[in-house]
Design a protein around this ligand. Structure first.
Ligand code: 1CP
Length: 368
């Protein structure tokens, strides 16, 4: 790709090569204020998986492009990221991408299969498989960097959250070969071949850092590390086999000075350790109250969450009651020491969610 090529209305091919020198301040952003432990002007709200399957305008674009085509096209990334901002009035945009994008970019053969998720052609099972994983070079994700550059100018005062998969969750896809219920091969490698495991985690940590660094250089205002499946581990195993690697992600990127969120599902027992990894915000799912979560993380940590995504399918009276309960729980959490609250779901928006319910929920949260 020629660095000066123009694609549609957006500039393409420059951002990965041109380091950004100044980051936006956005002092009035409720999301950034809450994530930094300051008092926001209103309860900030955004949704994991807001960009994607629940939106008809997303499905229309995806009908003409595969998921992987969309993830490596700066114009499509930009457009899909903006769709939920236009529609719902949320307080933050999340970059449209996927956790396996940097793995694909680094040369691992995989695809994102509709209604399944990431599928890996040759699962990683041996030391030789680990050694064959190549580092991620920033130019391999140039479209992502270009999209970030475009988005920062298109979004006005709405902050852009960049993201990556945490090493454990990436490892679970690579070792299993795809989505998995019990993560049995992953945990068998972790417990039975710990040298191979730590080598794999070290390699994936480098990939995650490179992907996030590229997004930070291009101008994202915050980052979130998704360790979606870490909740499958005991606290002791999490500390031994995962925490040192995820901690390296946060310690390496700390100097960027942006809020950093650490999220996983079913992580009630891990919340304290996930905070220790170095995040300023810890994501909480619906199984744990925010008040309890506040007692598990270090004082000064902000919390994000935690409406059950299924609630959005249960009719407006249920949504309203449950959303008010989350905001009340968050107030108690702040009294218990949490530095702030960002309203979100406890996991991603489900594909069958009515987008109008999401729009109404944003207005409700803003009114509280
Ligand atoms: O068919 C389609 O259109 C693809 C569906 C889809 C979408 C829209 C996938 C496949 N990924 C995405 C985008 C995506 N993935 C985003 C976009 C931004 C947003 O939040 O709106 C993000 C943040 C992700 C991150 C992601 N991918 C995670 C972590 C978050 C989470 O939900 O836990 C995980 C685990 C993945 C893997 C993945 N990619 C896609 C699916 C269906 C899955 C999950 C598969 C599984 O159950 O293991």
């Amino acid at each position: 790709m020629r660095p000066d090529r123009e694609l549609g209305r957006y500039r393409v091919g420059m951002a990965a090569l041109e380091p950004m020198t100044t980051r936006r301040e956005l002092p009035d952003s409720p999301y950034l204020a809450a994530a930094r432990g300051r008092k926001p002007s209103r309860v900030p709200v955004w949704f994991m998986r807001q960009a994607g399957r629940s939106l008809p305008e997303y499905r229309a674009l995806r009908a003409k492009n595969t998921m992987m085509q969309a993830c490596f096209d700066a114009e499509l990334i930009t457009e899909i990221t903006l769709q939920p901002i236009r529609r719902h009035g949320v307080d933050a945009a999340i970059l449209f991408s996927d956790i396996v994008v940097p793995l694909r970019a680094a040369g691992i053969e995989l695809d994102i299969v509709p209604d399944v998720g990431p599928v890996i052609d040759h699962p990683v099972r041996t030391v030789a498989d680990v050694n064959a994983i190549k580092p991620l070079e920033p130019q391999q994700v140039a479209p992502v960097a270009d999209a970030v550059t475009n988005l920062v100018s298109e979004l006005g005062d709405v902050p852009l959250i960049g993201f990556a998969g945490a090493p454990f969750t990436l490892a679970s896809y690579l070792v299993e070969g795809g989505p998995s219920r019990n993560h049995e091969r992953t945990k068998a490698m972790m417990l039975g071949e710990s040298d191979t495991w730590h080598a794999l985690m070290t390699t994936l940590t480098d990939v995650t850092i490179a992907f996030l660094q590229t997004q930070l250089t291009a101008g994202v205002d915050a980052i979130q590390l998704f360790d979606s499946w870490a909740g499958t581990l005991s606290l002791a195993d999490y500390r031994t086999y995962v925490l040192p690697h995820s901690s390296r992600v946060f310690s390496t990127l700390k100097d960027a000075g942006v809020p950093m969120t650490h999220f996983g599902v079913g992580t009630a027992e891990l919340l304290g350790a996930m905070g220790e990894a170095g995040a300023s915000v810890v994501g909480v799912d619906w199984r744990t109250s925010l008040t309890d979560a506040a007692t598990r993380v270090a004082p000064g940590t902000a919390l994000q969450g935690n409406l059950d995504p299924v609630v959005l399918l249960a009719g407006w009276p249920v949504v309203e009651r449950a959303a008010r309960a989350v905001v009340e729980d968050a107030r108690r959490a702040v009294d218990a020491g949490a530095a702030g609250h960002i309203f979100n779901l406890g996991h991603g928006v489900l594909p069958g969610t009515d987008p109008d319910v999401i729009t109404e929920l944003v207005a409700l949260v803003h009114s509280l």
